[in-house]
Design a protein around this ligand. Structure first.
Ligand code: GLU
Ligand code: MG
Length: 436
């Protein structure tokens, strides 16, 4: 008799992994038929409120687990096992539900493949803040900071490895009790699946130790922000990194140049998907490496999108490791929507053959307004409300989603903004830190 419970999860518009659970012996039939879910749930804020939406009490989808999107940790010394599958939201006829966030990414990947013959590779950096430890905070980046919770960090590395999530680093970050985990890149859907599973495993290991991990972009007004930077590149059918071209001055290929230019062009709208909560805008801003401007740089950590050359010395290693990083993203967003919207924005630049603007090699906040204007650098939206207006004003970005999805998403986000405006900012931070 199997022990434990199998969770079937999906990530909604507010970036939370909602789930239903079944005894493991039910899994075989659930893999075939999934389980039912009332879609009005897609209009839930991260709290109890629910936004006006087009779905009534009858509307339902099947949440069908994908066996390739799975993380499992065995039972150990009285600790319950952890078993989570991620699902596609499907209509009764088996087609993708038009408001499924995983389906949204599938469509963007299909466009990348069919129009350009390319595959996406990506890896998120997961910054989070621990609470519940009794030890005092330690200086940033120190052995002391890592060893405040030594069993937690050791168990975390083991758990991520055991779950097949290929951790690369577990490290203390700049903030008090702030940590960061990175994993190896994965292809297409798996890049976003891996981000979700990694986050849930981090939360689980924290729970084992009586700790809580929050990924909120701004756990409190004076806390260091938590980003979810995304490193990415593109490969052709032979697996070559087509992001790289050593014959250009930036080393970015013509495809990558158009892609970066498209991301910059749509960035005020794009952040409505990648930094999609009221607290996201308490994190974004100059001087914190979270970025405050829609700017491009090489290496520059104040740039919203940057080229990251490989540290390898040999040509093959340089080609393999060359990647781009998108920084104005955080864990209040569905990773499917981050990757899907990023791909759509970039492809829009490639299709329109937009030129790569000059790289900014300082913190753009240090430039005069006139110089920023010359370089085409604009400030990022200062609030979620501004980002949603930028999205509604951007006809191309508005077309990335089916009408029902975009409208229900914007209505929900407008409600989140309204609820946040009714509270002092410190309370907004506290409430989001408790949920994310
Ligand atoms: N914590 C910063 C952010 O909010 C990023 C720091 C770093 O470069 O890792 O994005
Ligand atoms: Mg970091």
């Amino acid at each position: 008799m199997a022990y434990g419970i199998t969770m079937l999860g999906w990530v909604d518009y507010v970036g939370l992994t909602r789930c239903r659970a079944v005894p493991p012996q039910q899994l075989a039939s659930r893999l075939e038929h999934g389980l039912g879910w009332a879609v009005a749930g897609q209009a839930l804020t991260p709290f109890a409120e629910i936004a006006p939406n087009p779905w009534g009490p009858m509307a339902e989808v099947r949440q069908v687990p994908d066996p390739s999107a799975h993380a499992c940790l065995p039972a150990y010394e009285g600790r319950a096992p952890f078993d989570l599958y991620l699902c596609d939201s499907l209509n009764p006829d088996g087609s993708s539900w038009e408001c499924c966030t995983r389906g949204f990414l599938r469509q963007a990947l299909a466009a990348l493949e069919s129009e350009f013959g390319l595959r996406f590779f990506g890896a998120f950096e997961h910054e989070f803040t621990l609470s519940g430890a009794t030890s005092p905070a330690a200086p940033p980046f120190t052995v002391e900071a890592l060893r405040i919770a030594p069993r937690f960090t050791a168990d975390l590395a083991d758990a991520l490895t055991q779950a097949g999530l290929e951790p690369e680093t577990v490290e203390p970050e700049y903030g008090s009790m702030q940590y960061e985990v990175t994993t190896a890149p994965a292809t297409g859907l798996a890049a976003a699946d891996r981000a979700i599973l990694t986050r849930e495993v981090i939360r689980e290991v924290a729970r084992w130790h009586g700790l809580r991990a929050t990924f909120s972009p701004k756990p409190s007004l004076d806390a260091v922000g938590n980003g979810a930077h995304l490193h990415f590149s593109f490969a052709d059918a032979d697996g070559s990194n087509v992001t790289y071209d050593p014959s250009t001055s930036s080393q970015a290929s013509p495809f990558a140049q158009g892609f970066i230019a498209g991301v910059l062009d749509h960035m005020p709208a794009l952040v409505a998907y990648t930094a999609p909560s009221p607290v996201s805008y308490l994190r974004l801003g100059p001087h914190h490496w979270s970025c405050g401007f829609a700017s491009f740089g090489i290496q520059n950590r104040e740039a919203a999108i940057r080229i990251c050359p490989s540290p390898a010395r040999d040509p093959a290693g340089q080609a393999r490791g060359f990647n781009l990083e998108y920084r104005p993203a955080d864990a209040t967003a569905s990773p499917y929507m981050i990757v899907g919207a990023l791909i759509q924005a970039g492809l829009s630049g490639v299709r329109r053959q937009l030129p790569l603007p000059p790289a900014c090699d300082v913190d753009p906040a240090e430039l005069s307004e006139a110089r920023r204007h010359e370089l085409g650098i604009v400030p990022l939206p200062a609030t979620l409300s501004e980002a949603l207006s930028a999205l509604e004003a951007d006809a191309i970005a508005s077309s990335w989603m089916p009408e029902t999805m975009r409208r229900s998403y914007v209505d929900l986000k407008r409600l989140e903004q309204k609820l946040a405006e009714a509270q002092p900012p410190e309370e907004v931070c506290r409430r989001h830190a408790a949920v994310y």
